[in-house]
Design a protein around this ligand. Structure first.
Ligand SMILES: Cc1ncc(COP(=O)(O)O)c(C=O)c1O
Length: 438
């Protein structure tokens, strides 16, 4: 099958006339030939403007937990917005969503916001306000959004730029960030207990927070080693540092209560966004009472014109209700496991060395390596070019994960057993194509 992309290419040419590189987020630019424009989505499928259908495993980088245009979510939003969308006063929906988040995740208090970027930006401010300290630790390969403080050593960093493991360098991944900001960030390799302990013991008096993606959701879903999250928790307790779990990707996806529930470790602050509202824009910062209560009006800033808007809160209310009452997580784990097992079997049969990473609801695989990587540096030793060729062949067959293996595959409640079977048949074909070409 060779897709017809004539309308796509024509519309992309137009898009480029009006928007830099024809997109509204740099991650969506795949070059002039491969950047798609999507006309619509329904359930587990999306259609490009030429009418080609794809089984979607990008799922907008994770938010679509139920399926595209999920009817009960769409209805709840449609009904709610007939009564207006924004009032700069609290609505009953906001109260209900905050209550649901608390019930599902076990945080004491919640503030709503709009995007993951805003959530991590505010969480870091709350941590500074609470501790009176200014620096924070993050880990290499973690992405916490688009604000300046966190655009160092993310999954967009290159191996050489991060320096040695003994003495990591903050690698700035964008121009336009004030030089002084690198002073506030300390990047360490994920899962490196010794380096973490040494750094915290030497610098705890400067450290407001440790911010961690409990699994590396922007670097193939690399898992925490047993004891890693517990060790961070212990160090934060000992030295009065605020532990922030960035659960923008893991929240409401790897368990109803997210990574805190899955790994059994509680953070002081937690950021949520994506799966919270099945693709509608809303995010949350939750946390322990005493840390959250620093947001005293006039003293510590949190706000935003669109926070708690009716569109996002209605969608979150409907989505969280389904997550609470239906076997969504169980189903996507089961389907994800079938997919992972099938992929593993096909790659093994084809003699392609690989390791599968992450959890069944959000997984990836790394080609050309035999040992499971424990940090972003190890991920970079995989064969990313082969992964990309394989995925591009798969997309040609109508199956759509991201072409970059750092971005995991995502499952949703609408993926059926039939979709998984169809995906595995396409995967087998794609592997054959790639092998023929090499
Ligand atoms: C872990 C994590 N934190 C924060 C963000 C930023 O979220 P947003 O794109 O909604 O600003 C992302 C986005 O992918 C993310 O994966």
């Amino acid at each position: 099958m060779t897709r017809n992309l004539s309308k796509t290419h024509a519309l992309f040419e137009r898009a480029k006339q009006f928007m830099p590189y024809g997109v509204n987020s740099n991650f969506r630019y795949w070059g002039d030939e491969d950047t798609l424009l999507i006309a619509r989505g329904e359930g587990a499928y999306i259609w490009d403007v030429d009418g080609n259908r794809y089984i979607d495993y990008r799922l907008a980088f994770g938010p679509i937990i139920l399926g595209h245009a999920y009817p009960s979510v769409v209805e709840r939003v449609t009904d709610a917005i007939r009564g207006g969308t924004l009032f700069a006063w609290t609505t009953p929906l906001e109260v209900q969503v905050a209550e649901r988040v608390i019930r599902m995740t076990g945080v004491d208090k919640v503030r709503l916001t709009n995007t993951g970027t805003e959530a991590t930006m505010h969480a870091l401010r709350f941590a500074r306000a609470y501790t009176g300290r200014e620096r924070f630790i993050k880990f290499e390969g973690q992405y916490h959004g688009m604000h300046d403080y966190v655009l160092f050593s993310t999954a967009s960093a290159v191996a050489g730029g991060m320096g040695s493991r003994r003495n990591p360098i903050n690698m700035q991944v964008s121009s336009g960030i004030p030089e002084g900001l690198r002073h506030y960030v300390i990047n360490l390799p994920f899962n490196d207990l010794e380096r973490l302990e040494e750094t915290v013991e030497a610098r705890w008096h400067e450290l407001a927070a440790v911010i961690v993606e409990p699994l590396l959701g922007n670097a193939a879903g690399i898992m925490p080693r047993p004891g890693w999250l517990e060790k961070i928790r212990k160090l934060c307790n000992r030295y009065g540092i605020v532990l922030i779990f960035d659960e923008v990707k893991t929240g409401f996806r790897i368990a109803r209560g997210g990574a805190q529930e899955y790994f059994g470790v509680k953070a002081d602050l937690v950021t949520y966004a994506k799966a919270m509202a099945n693709g509608f824009p809303i995010a949350a910062i939750g946390g322990k009472q005493e840390v959250m209560m620093v947001i005293e009006p006039g003293r510590v800033a949190h706000g935003g014109t669109y926070t708690g808007n009716v569109v996002g809160t209605a969608a979150a209310d409907a989505t969280l209700e389904i997550l609470e009452t239906q076997p969504v997580i169980e189903t996507i784990f089961q389907r994800g496991q079938q997919l992972v097992d099938g992929i593993h079997e096909i790659l093994t049969r084809a003699g392609i060395p690989h390791v599968v990473t992450g959890l069944p609801s959000t997984f990836s695989f790394i080609l050309g390596v035999e040992e499971e990587p424990t940090d972003f540096r190890a991920y970079l030793q995989g064969d990313a070019a082969l992964y990309e060729r394989l995925v591009m062949a798969l997309i040609e067959q109508g199956v759509m994960p991201d072409c970059d293996g750092r971005e995991p595959w995502f499952l949703c409640y609408s993926h059926s057993e039939q979709d998984i079977a169809e995906t595995l048949t396409a995967f087998e074909d794609a592997v054959r194509t790639v092998k023929r070409e090499t």
